[in-house]
Design a protein around this ligand. Structure first.
Ligand code: XMP
Length: 515
């Protein structure tokens, strides 16, 4: 039996990052919402428990708590942010709202050696961490001592070494805590004694088993977008259930230039999976024309996808399941992963369930993974590198890169600008260094002068970001020569654009897409 870690979710936006770091340390983990944690704990028999952060305050009446059994089982516990506060509140310490709130980068001074810090943080040294808290611990429960402090959190890291309880105010799971992964590995290996023998190959096997169990001998249709996610999902599901799977590629008229042809030829050349091609451009564009509200665009597209799948399923004589390549960042930004209280940022088109009338269930084998993990899984499944390296492309396509009212003309202008931009990126050898790049057509016209004449045309914004998992991102630092070259070509070659700007916003506070 594999070693297991139970992660109790209090609604943090980054709880899945904890699971991911635990996976990276070679250990299997499961996340459960705090409401069902007691039952999950009894069933799972974990080697250790991690308590996540969350938006609540332990000082409020009725705020969530960890089941007491977690502290009575004699196994290691790690509390993170809210998790630390609830440990203190439950074991006899005290938490208070603080005037000195900390958001973003902070530094922890190591006060004592601890197995949690082994091999990376020595006593007397300082280390960058990422904080995000209003409340803080002000008095410790019996048995605990301070092992690290920060300016805003005198109890930034605490430990009860005898009981193997550890708690930190900062977030070791995010990449902005550079040594965070090592601290989590220390917890899973040195403190909890896990062996670290869990791999992506095992994830593949578990996912295949889970799909077989969920689907049985029923039929599945899979929405294929041509992106990495839906393709990895399709190949994985095909491995699990073979010809019970039919893939459906819906061309919604919001694809990039040449994308549909590429997708179809790639799938027909590389795979032997049944594929239906639906040309639904008129349906989608007809309903989106003139629409400018980002959420309405997303919801309309989501609804139409479902209608098309429903129609196609009927033609195939019915299907019981709809498979999608939904990833964790899509889930967390749309709804809380575990039904907890995290906030909706955008309605990703493929999150949010199916209408009841459909009588179909979702198969989403990538729902717990991040983009780069999906790429690893794709490699594990033998997908070609050129394919795995493709930039992500969102399900709602160019609709969310055309802020303001959508028109066919604007989509055409955008497609041309985007194709030139990507062509320049490829020619400059930058495609693989950039995580995602695209053009956005702004609903603003500006005055220009071309060949002695006045122009009054649209502005095109260029976006390029670096990222690991799409959850956080930085804008790509081009040299100006490159930007000048791309801008000149776009303005010269695309009728309808007379100005190009570059987006230098990171995520957060921006998102990668403009809508
Ligand atoms: P944001 O804009 O939320 O995007 O920072 C993060 C990543 O997700 C992609 N994205 C989507 N992918 N359906 C998808 O399949 C969607 O509705 C969707 N919205 C955004 C986006 O392109 C970026 O890679």
């Amino acid at each position: 039996m594999t070693d297991r870690i139970l992660i109790i979710d209090f609604g943090s936006q980054v709880t899945q990052l904890i699971a991911r770091r635990v996976r990276e340390s070679g250990v299997y983990s499961e996340i459960v919402p705090f409401q069902s944690a007691e039952a999950a704990f009894k069933e799972m028999n974990p080697k250790a428990v991690i308590l996540s952060g969350g938006p609540a305050s332990t000082t409020e009446m009725g705020s969530p708590r960890a089941p007491q059994i977690v502290f009575e089982a004699g196994i290691p516990v790690l509390g993170i942010c809210y998790g630390q506060q609830t440990i203190c509140a439950q074991l006899g310490g005290e938490v208070a709202s603080s005037d000195h709130r900390e958001f973003g980068r902070a530094f922890v001074s190591v006060e004592k050696t601890s197995p949690l810090f082994e091999g990376c943080w020595e006593q007397g040294t300082n280390h960058q961490v990422w904080m995000s808290h209003g409340d803080r611990v002000v008095s410790l429960p019996d048995g605990f001592e301070v092992i690290g402090t920060s300016e805003g959190a005198p109890f930034a890291a605490i430990a009860d070494e005898k009981r193997h309880f550890y708690a930190v105010q900062f977030h070791p799971e995010v990449v902005h805590t550079p040594d965070g992964a090592k601290l989590i590995e220390n917890f899973t290996h040195k403190i909890a004694g896990c062996s670290g023998d869990w791999t992506m190959a095992e994830y593949r096997q578990q996912a295949v088993d889970a799909i077989r169990k969920q689907v049985g001998d029923k039929k599945v249709i899979c929405g294929l977008s041509g992106g990495v996610d839906s393709s990895v999902a399709a190949v994985l599901i095909h491995e699990a259930i073979g010809d019970q799977l039919t893939c459906i590629y819906v061309d919604h008229g919001l694809m990039r230039m040449g994308e549909t042809e590429q997708v179809l030829s790639m799938f027909r050349d590389h795979y032997n999976i049944p594929l239906v091609h639906v040309d639904a451009a008129d349906l989608f564009i007809g309903q989106l024309e003139g629409e400018s509200d980002p959420e309405v665009k997303r919801k309309t597209i989501g609804r139409l996808f479902i209608e098309v799948f429903e129609e196609e399923a009927k033609k195939l004589g019915g299907a019981d399941f709809l498979a999608q390549g939904t990833l964790y960042p899509d889930v967390i930004e749309s709804v809380s992963f575990t039904g907890g209280p995290s906030v909706t940022i955008k309605s990703h088109h493929n999150v949010g369930g199916l209408p009841e009338r459909m009588n179909m269930q979702l198969v989403e084998p990538l729902r717990e993974l991040f983009k780069d993990e999906v790429r690893d899984l794709g490699r594990e499944l033998g997908l070609p590198d050129s394919f795995i390296g493709r930039h992500p492309f969102p399900g709602p396509g160019l609709a969310i890169r055309c802020p303001g009212g959508i028109t066919r003309d604007k989509l055409d202008i955008l497609r041309q600008a985007d194709a030139i931009y990507l062509d320049e990126i490829r020619k400059a050898g930058l495609y693989d260094a950039i995580w995602q790049a695209f053009a956005v057509l702004l609903p603003v016209q500006t005055v220009g002068v071309m060949g002695d004449g006045r122009t009054y045309e649209f502005v095109c914004a260029l976006r390029a970001v670096t990222s690991v998992d799409g959850m956080t991102a930085d804008f790509y630092h081009y040299d100006m020569e490159f930007l000048g070259r791309a801008a000149t070509r776009i303005i010269n070659e695309v009728r309808g654009i007379n100005r190009v700007v570059y987006d230098v916003t990171s995520k957060p506070p921006g998102t990668i897409e403009w809508e």
